[in-house]
Design a protein around this ligand. Structure first.
Ligand code: NAG
Ligand code: NAG
Ligand code: NAG
Ligand code: NAG
Length: 523
């Protein structure tokens, strides 16, 4: 009794101390975001829109704020990129005189008024700015970090080439007004420790979308935020809808402060040409697009800046072939670079988007009821990149990552002859693969590949290790030759997540098939 109690307490102790406790504020250390103790904090965020016409964080007419915050935590996210329109800071009438109720009523969204009354009566008669503060504060109570993203100027859906606020100097984007709004926002949350950063402006774009104006005005915004609240990370978008930061290659971004700058990049399947992924072989195209994304922003990691992938994601029904293929490639790349990120979006549905009420977000993590996960497979894929594999203060984890599932290779200790299977990355065995040696070591055993297609891959003590090669343009296929000269690739049997050997599929050129079940990224 006493002994088991002791063991019990011991485990309680272990689990409470091994849990990472973040001490704020955050700053940067080379390419990493770290906390006050210098330990890496990996931002695994979800975008929560609050910038559309009602200027209220979406979903609050469907579920209590606290339930949504808790759901965010239970899905493994540690942070929210909360979007806001500049007017919320620069138009006092909007911010302080219009209540949540009045805002919905002015848009004839009477059902949402009733919904808010039912689920979040506390905010119904609050001015819009105070309702926004309630959201930030509730996220804080639930231990969720917040990045405040200035998404556009006037409340509404974003973003098009011809918007009047597309770039600095456009009719509805006065750089002085903007810097002032950023400053006010940064000041407002000075004492909120969970507010860790401000993203200065979402997706600069348009005909005047060139680097000179960017270099002139971005520092003004950055300095305004830092002067108002020096604890915050200052997060900067690139041009061309935040897909292009390549101009930072040979030009220095000068600000008066250090250790706070983070760059952000967006990447959607349509950034690579509409429906292009479906028309190309995934190995060939993934390798090509990663070269482009690296040139356009990925290189910053090598220059000692954190790069955060602040928007990505796809339609989740599985029917968008381009989207599915892009997602597998993106997740592999994000894992390889162990990037910080924010997926688009939490949204189940929008109160009102481009004139349509209750519009479902097909990219949304939550269902239209704001309670259920829209697609558990999709969330599992993301869970693979929620976990920090390395970084200051962390024990590096060598793993073999399977981007399609978001799981890592591990072994099944209950098997008599251990076989390989997939499992959650945080608990997976240490796995190492040295391309020169060609042997995959898992938990001090080596992979012994079968001689026949379709069979499970076993682990052995080191006498019959198979020699594996990384093939195709992505180098993500782990291939070997059988004794009778057949080329097989490691694959996953999705019925039980066991690792099997199968004929290598769609290595190059062929666009009709998808190789992703055979993709393994060595981390
Ligand atoms: C400020 O907000 C109010 C309320 O939404 C709106 O009527 C007014 O036109 C806005 N003023 C400016 C200058 O945009
Ligand atoms: C990115 O921006 C730079 C600078 O304006 C431009 O030269 C380059 O062509 C752009 N890259 C792409 C892929 O559009
Ligand atoms: C930027 O900073 C560097 C180093 O401090 C300095 O040499 C350079 O002149 C600055 N450039 C501009 C445009 O201010
Ligand atoms: C979830 O995504 C998977 C993979 O793309 C797809 O096969 C499945 O049909 C989706 N499920 C739902 C409920 O949309």
């Amino acid at each position: 009794m006493a002994r088991s109690l002791y063991i019990c307490l011991f485990f309680l102790f272990i689990s409470s101390t091994s849990k990472l406790i973040t001490s704020y504020p955050l700053s940067t250390k080379s390419r990493w975001i770290v906390d006050e103790k210098g330990q890496r904090v990996k931002l695994a965020c979800v975008n929560w829109p609050a910038h559309l016409q009602p200027t209220v964080a979406e979903g609050l007419s469907k579920q209590p704020l606290d339930s949504i915050s808790k759901k965010i935590v239970s899905m493994g996210f540690n942070c929210v990129r909360l979007t806001w329109p500049l007017d919320l800071m620069t138009n006092d009438t909007l911010a302080l005189k219009v209540t949540v109720k009045q805002s919905f009523e002015s848009l004839k969204l009477f059902e949402d008024v009733l919904g808010i009354q039912t689920h979040n009566p506390k905010i119904l008669n609050l001015p819009l700015l105070n309702a926004f503060q309630e959201v930030v504060s509730n996220l804080g109570q639930n231990g969720v970090m917040v990045i405040l993203d200035n998404h556009l100027t006037t409340p509404g859906w974003c973003c098009g080439e011809n918007d009047l606020d597309a770039f600095f100097g456009y009719p509805n984007f006065d750089p002085k007004v903007w810097a002032n709004g950023l400053s006010k926002m940064a000041t407002l949350f000075k004492s909120a420790t969970n507010v860790v950063g401000v993203s200065l402006r979402n997706e600069p774009r348009g005909a005047r979308d060139y680097p000179d104006l960017w270099f002139r005005h971005m520092p003004e915004g950055a300095e305004a935020v830092h002067a108002a609240n020096p604890k915050l990370l200052v997060i900067l978008s690139g041009i061309d809808f935040d897909t292009n930061l390549s101009f930072l290659r040979d030009r220095f971004f000068n600000v008066s402060f250090t250790d706070k700058l983070v760059f952000e990049l967006h990447w959607y399947s349509f950034s690579d040409g509409r429906d292009s992924w479906r028309k190309h072989n995934s190995n060939d195209f993934c390798a090509k697009i990663i070269t482009k994304v690296t040139r356009n922003g990925g290189f910053l990691v090598g220059r000692g800046f954190p790069l955060m992938l602040t928007e990505f994601g796809t339609e989740e029904s599985g029917r968008d072939i381009s989207g599915n293929r892009y997602m597998n490639c993106l997740v592999a790349w994000a894992a390889q670079n162990d990037l910080d990120w924010a997926v688009w979006a939490l949204t189940g549905d929008y109160y009102l988007r481009t004139g349509k009420t209750d519009m479902v977000e097909t990219f949304g993590i939550l269902d239209a009821n704001w309670k259920d996960v829209r697609n558990a497979t999709y969330l599992q894929q993301l869970s693979g990149i929620q976990y920090p594999f390395k970084g200051p203060g962390l024990q590096s984890k060598n793993a073999i990552f399977h981007p399609l599932s978001g799981l890592c290779v591990t072994h099944n200790p209950s098997d008599k002859l251990p076989t390989l299977r997939l499992g959650p990355c945080p608990k997976a065995d240490t796995s190492t693969f040295n391309p020169n040696e060609g042997i995959l070591w898992i938990n001090k055993m080596c992979v012994e590949a079968p001689n026949v297609a379709g069979q499970k891959v076993k682990l052995g003590v080191g006498t019959k290790c198979s020699k594996l090669g990384q093939i195709a343009a992505t180098k993500m296929h782990l291939a070997f030759k059988t004794s009778n000269g057949l080329l097989l690739c490691l694959d996953v049997d999705e019925r039980d997540n066991s690792v099997v050997a199968n004929p290598c599929k769609c290595l190059t050129k062929d666009a009709s098939c998808d190789p992703a079940s055979q993709w393994f990224k060595v981390l």
